[in-house]
Design a protein around this ligand. Structure first.
Ligand code: HEC
Length: 272
């Protein structure tokens, strides 16, 4: 029964190509055997597929509705393991939230407070000046909870992660069963976009993992794109401003250039 596909292919006239393929596979297997290496499933990470982002290019800007939904994804899912210590709740004003919303979001989180009278640690509601801290008190606790790997801080992840936003998107959407023959370490999951094609991060997003306040259908792809937009905003919070200033500088230089030409014509107009 195992041979059925081959017989079917042969009947359709693809027999030659098929048997050549089988021959090649056999030859490779023999070569592998000779050198003592078994044919292995690839473990170097897969190349990142390109993804189109609204913030790409010199005139790119963030889709703020998506960035706001992305914060909801971070808050409801990623923040269980990843901090964003370079970002304060007050910074969230930059994604278009007003002061009351920022205060409300801050107050819904607890951060370490002063020691109480007996010297025990306390927790207090956060204020807009507080940072989005790691949920783990120290790296040892983070490792214990995550199969021996510390979930990295996400403040600048979109900037420092090799492959950038497109690879973050790719890895969030590419969990799946490991190919036959691949050994997955305990507590790890298969994912072609991680080094070694496996990761200590369990699949964080699925369809309808979060509920969006604006009623957007929370598909896996939507959630992944939104949270990546949010992480990109956190890494480059002044991108739109920089692009605006850049455009003005270019306009100014064009203006200066035209002025110089006119001046040159005037100065040389008497010379014949
Ligand atoms: C249950 C804990 C947990 C949750 C929830 C979680 N992560 Fe992770 N994440 C990890 C761990 C652990 C690693 C390190 C994995 C490794 O190196 O194998 C990691 C690594 C990553 C990396 C790769 C970073 C690097 O430098 O290798 C990205 C990107 C990432 N997480 C994004 C996210 C996003 C986005 C979310 C929310 C949608 C999220 N994670 C939710 C635990 C978590």
């Amino acid at each position: 029964m195992v041979d059925a596909p081959r017989t079917n292919a042969a009947r359709r006239g693809g027999g030659d190509a098929m048997s050549r393929l089988h021959g090649l596979a056999a030859a490779l297997a023999v070569l592998g055997g000779v050198s003592g290496v078994r044919a292995e499933v690839p473990t170097t990470r897969a190349p990142t597929p390109a993804h189109v982002w609204s913030f790409d290019g010199p005139m790119g800007r963030f889709d703020m509705a998506s960035v706001q939904r992305g914060y909801a994804v971070y808050n409801q899912v990623c923040s269980a393991c990843h901090g964003m210590a370079a970002v304060t709740y007050g910074d969230l004003a930059g994604i278009g939230l007003n002061e009351a919303q920022v205060r409300q979001i801050a107050a819904s989180h607890k951060v370490p407070g002063p020691l109480d009278d007996d010297g025990h640690p306390t927790r207090r509601p956060a204020t807009p000046n507080d940072h989005l801290l790691s949920p783990f008190p120290n790296p040892q606790a983070a490792m214990r909870a995550n199969s021996g790997v510390v979930p990295p801080d996400q403040s600048r992840l979109a900037m420092v992660f090799p492959g950038g936003p497109s690879r973050i998107y790719a890895l969030l959407t590419s969990y799946g069963p490991a190919p036959a023959g691949m050994t997955i370490a305990p507590g790890h999951a298969y994912n072609p976009y991680f080094d070694g094609r496996q990761t200590a991060m369990p699949q964080p997003l699925r369809d309808h993992q979060v509920t969006y306040a604006d009623g957007t259908d929370a598909t896996l792809a939507r959630e992944a794109e939104d949270v990546t937009n949010f992480l990109a905003w956190a890494a480059w919070p002044h991108l739109a401003e920089r692009h605006r200033i850049g455009a003005r500088i270019v306009l100014y230089l064009v203006f200066l250039f035209v002025l110089t030409i006119l001046l040159k014509r005037k100065v040389w107009s008497h010379v014949h």
